[in-house]
Design a protein around this ligand. Sequence first.
Ligand SMILES: [Fe+2]
Length: 294
Amino acid sequence: MQLEVTPLAGEPFGAVLTGWDPSEEPDPALVAAVREALAEHLVLVFRGHRQPLDDELVRFAEAFGELIKGSEWLRDAGSRAEILPVTNALDDDGIPLGTGGAGQLEWHADYSYVPRPARESFLNAVELPEQGPRTSFVNQYHTLETLPAELVEQLRTLRARHHVAQYVEGGVDPDRHELDRGFDAKRARDAALGIDRPAIPEATHPVVLRHPHNGRELLYVNKGLTDCILGMDRADSSALLKRLHQHATRPEAVYAHEWQPGDLVVFDALAGLHRRESWTSGERRVMRQLSTAL
Ligand SMILES: [Fe+2]
């Protein structure tokens, strides 16, 4: 297999990767080539391949490391627990088949609420609505590099708490209520069927992480899932998180990905903060997401 990596013109980072064949067993040379491209471009858009089967997608992602079985916590149906169905599709009883909702998903780092969060993520477009939604990315190596040195010194001493409740409970954001309703429906179904699911974890992580592969420091807080900085009063913590969020997501730092059917976007999930736009909720959008554990 001959991979070709073409940087995205006019974007702050990202590249298109062609030549991937999902039917070929992934070997160490392929993993090394993709990792090298990830270290350079952060986000890789695999295009031009046949749509992989569930098992092929798992086999490919698994070549990069142990996969997180997010479906077990998030109560989603599917052939493999390693594949998280990110979709607004409903089953015959009106219960979300996947994570649910067509609302915007706030900026987040995948599974930052888990003690071993996502290191690489794999997001594949199966079925897309007529229009959008785009997934926007920012580069948290770059965010950290462009903060004042004295602030970075302080950040290196801090830890933050990450919790999924930021997404799915309470709040005044109607998009979050939509996710919440889906979760309630899934909880009720589990209770009726006598299924006992593991609780969704929460975690604390250093605010500045060092990537285990490339050795670079990155800023590891996000608006969607970071609840607070430990040891700081709530107002100071919120003010600092807001300042970091605003710096990270300034418009010139953002790459907004326009999905094509079949796209497999592979990204550095520690440094690749991302946000999904909303779309018309009557239209189906079906994505498959996998992540390796740090
Ligand atoms: Fe995500």
